[in-house]
Ligand binder design. Structure first.
Ligand SMILES: C[S@@+](CC[C@H](N)C(=O)[O-])C[C@H]1O[C@@H](n2cnc3c(N)ncnc32)[C@H](O)[C@@H]1O
Length: 266
């Protein structure tokens, strides 16, 4: 099993912090995806604790949530208890068998955990002709370059610098609109060349948020780059980051962008 395969299974260890600290997704993004799909049913891949689910459930369309981690699915179950149209399948997307053709497949922060050699075949198989795909991720950036440097130094010292953290990027790297570089990311060209999909487009949504020191430690606790560390290294990294933030007023302000990839099964 590769490290990537292990990393995708770590979220349930910190389901409470995940639910408490991770941001949701812009209402405009949800409205745009629902409009692009033009109707249900929906399948959500890697639903986690339901950070995206309730916003989509408000549409009233049936949703099948596919989530392999029982601890994440338990939190999700509590959140969607008031939505009878939402069902949960505790399974990887690779092992799940779609029982009906879906009009929308969406995935928030999870598509990269699905087997890259199979995910587009699986999406194609799950969708009705004309069915939509919506994949989206949040990315954070720190505006204060001195703070960015101090937090990066803590990560480097504790060996937490091998993966993504919300303070890995400077905010200025996220203010631009999406362009050629982003098309190289996220398999843009691969899907552009796949004649089974059309209407490919990228959109970016901008926001801001502020965390207290404790909230930011919860956020990092839910992130795979910290979860895969040995416990003593993780504790050292989180303590070091808390110390930096406490010395700078006890909070951190972040730029938040949400990048959306849309496409459609032919
Ligand atoms: C970063 S979390 C995102 C959760 C949620 N969608 C959200 O927006 O907060 C990634 C989720 O993908 C799930 N996951 C990992 N591998 C998966 C796979 N092969 N198929 C489906 N979900 C998977 C994890 O269990 C985890 O809940």
């Amino acid at each position: 099993m590769t490290q990537e395969r292990e990393r995708r299974a770590v979220f349930g260890e910190a389901a409470t912090q995940y639910e408490a600290a991770r941001p949701g997704y812009p209402a405009q993004l949800v409205a745009d995806v629902i409009a692009f799909a033009g109707g249900g049913p929906y399948v959500e891949v890697g639903a986690g604790t339901g950070k995206a689910t309730t916003a989509f459930a408000a549409s009233g369309e049936p949703i099948t949530c596919v989530e392999p981690d029982a601890r994440m699915a338990e939190v999700l179950g509590g959140k969607v208890a008031g939505y009878p149209e939402v069902s949960i399948q505790v399974s990887t997307f690779e092992s799940w068998l779609p029982g009906r053709p879906y009009r929308l497949l969406y995935s928030a922060q999870a598509w990269h955990w699905v087997d890259p050699d199979r995910r587009w075949d699986l999406a194609h198989a799950a969708l009705a002709p004309g069915g939509a795909v919506a994949l989206f991720w949040n990315a954070f950036g720190v505006a204060d370059s001195a703070l960015h440097a101090e937090l990066s130094e803590v990560d480097r010292r504790c060996g937490a610098d091998a993966g993504y953290a919300p303070h890995t990027l400077l905010a200025e790297e996220l203010t631009r609109d999406l362009g050629e570089d982003d098309q190289q990311d996220w398999e843009f060209n691969k899907i552009a060349d796949d004649s089974r999909f059309s209407d490919l487009q990228l959109r970016r949504y901008h926001g801001q948020l502020t965390y207290s020191t404790a909230g930011y430690v919860d956020l990092l606790t839910s992130i795979s780059a910290y979860r895969i560390l040995e416990p003593d290294r993780r504790e050292a990294a989180l303590a070091g980051i808390a110390e930096v933030l406490d010395s700078r007023g006890g909070c951190i302000s972040l730029t938040l962008v949400t990048d959306l990839t849309l496409t459609r099964r032919v």
